[in-house]
Design a protein around this ligand. Sequence first.
Ligand SMILES: Nc1ncnc2c1ncn2[C@@H]1O[C@H](COP(=O)(O)OP(=O)(O)OP(=O)(O)O)[C@@H](O)[C@H]1O
Ligand SMILES: [Mg+2]
Length: 603
Amino acid sequence: MNEKTESRKSLPFFGVPKLFPYVKQYGPHLMKMVFFGLMGSVIDVILPLFQRYALNHYVGERTLDTLAIFVVLYVSAIVFSAVMNFFATYKASCVEVWIDRDLRNLAFDHLQTLSFSYFNQNSVGYIHSRVMSDTSRIGVLFAWSLIDAVWHLSYLVGAVAVMLVVNTRLALLVMLILPLVSVLFSVFQTKLIRVNRRVREINSKITGNFNEGITGARTIKTLAIEDKMDKDFVEDTAEMRRTSVRAARLRGLFSATMSFASSLALAIVLWKGGVIAESEVGTFTMFMSYAQGMMEPVRWLIDAISDLITTQVNIERLTRLLETKSDVTDTPEVIERYGDSFEPKKENWEELRGDIEFDDVSFQYPDGDEMVLEHFDLKIPFGSNIAIVGETGAGKSTLVNLVCRFYEPTEGRVLIDGRDARERSQLWLHSAIGYVLQTPHLFSGTVRENLLYGNPNATEEQIGRALELVSATEVVQRLENGLDTDVGEGGDLLSTGEKQLLSFARAILADPKILVLDEATSSVDTMTEQKIQRAIDTIVHGRTSIVIAHRLSTVQNADCILVVKNGRIVERGTHRELLALGGYYKQLYTRQYEDEATQTVLA
Ligand SMILES: Nc1ncnc2c1ncn2[C@@H]1O[C@H](COP(=O)(O)OP(=O)(O)OP(=O)(O)O)[C@@H](O)[C@H]1O
Ligand SMILES: [Mg+2]
């Protein structure tokens, strides 16, 4: 069974049927396109017959008797062919952009439903090319390759048929060179593909190095490695030049061979067709036209096959993305009751209170190799203000990832308001959570637009109050256009601290029942941090909050501090209790306190 699937995989057209479900709605358009293409092709096959008649009749027999009808017919045929080709081309362009658009939308929608782990395992660049370039290659394949196939193959078949009917012996002789030409073309094709692939590889290496040279400019200068970077770059471009020259030489040879092959076909016609030339000069030129015209379809066919083979990769990758199932999904029953991300049934949503409980949770990241949490239990009653501290890698972010259901426990349950989080929809939970990250993300647009993502209906007054609460009023005032300042792609025109403040304000505007701050204030100065600390103390009322912080001074007011080490809570209690305990927390605290004191003295 397995072997069978394997061998089927290696067939060049294996991927195409996989796409049928996504493109089947274009069936009628594709049929029309094929019809127009066929009509155009019929005329292309007929045109040499017109020439044949003209030469045999008007030149050979020296008469002009049917000239008027001939001209009318000839011109009509040309006009008809032009119109048919126009429609075929137009349809192909439409189908191409439609498929492109639909596949992109589909892929993008699907990406929205995937869980965090997918984005951890696949780089932005990888996903970007799935959504952008794979889709466009597939669009081209379905639209243009199909219409090209219709044009070329029907011409080939038509030309061969006419030749066979007119002069079978000569037709067979001309066709003799087809296998020879095919072999020659394939050989070149294989070589060309190889060298072109190499050109692309070097090209992306050069682009990569170039990007690193620019984005890492500061690091390069501080490491004083300009010389090495430059040498690498020069080496790469030199190889690029060598390979490109080789590719150009191959292409030159290829087209020379092409002309040689058509000359060969012509030579056969000249040599053997000399006999008919004496009586019927028209038939002779007709053969010349077909013999030359046949080369293009053969070349195309070989091109198309290799194209189809390379497009397999695009098809495979895109369908794999579309078929990827999210690690975190809502069951059909949940979707039935609560709706999904695109069509939520808010009327069925229960109000979320904010009780959180870990019940014997063990957890391992999908691509991790060891358990981060083992048999972990924790109750966070609604309205409490919890702080989580511990050294890097202890599992703090993992805990909140599980609360937010960005990941699901490998074993055990996370309960929200007493019920397994999986019993209700992700959107239901996410709508009630405000999450401010250490690496905050803003969307391109203005400051105001970004704040409104938190609550689209927020009034100017609410926005002002939220900014005030997180001490961001001055920050916004300092910006050139205040609330209407453009923040750049990903908020890159602002400093990290400013981004943190704004994403904090955005979270507050949403008025969440559960507020999660993961190192949310690590990039603001101590003064601002103190102000935010006071803000946190006021806004945590009436909601459950989880604050992760490295700087222990910021969590002293928490109702309960959990000290985490290796995925386990080693101590818990208020700041005072933990200091009195004299354990790990006290150790951390004194070390930080001393560090800060030293720094103050030094300053
Ligand atoms: N996406 C991931 N895939 C695999 N392993 C991960 C992933 N994220 C974190 N880990 C691992 O899980 C463990 C806990 O990581 P976590 O991010 O929870 O630590 P943390 O306490 O938040 O650390 P920090 O203070 O540096 O933010 C670490 O050993 C880390 O290597
Ligand atoms: Mg973390």
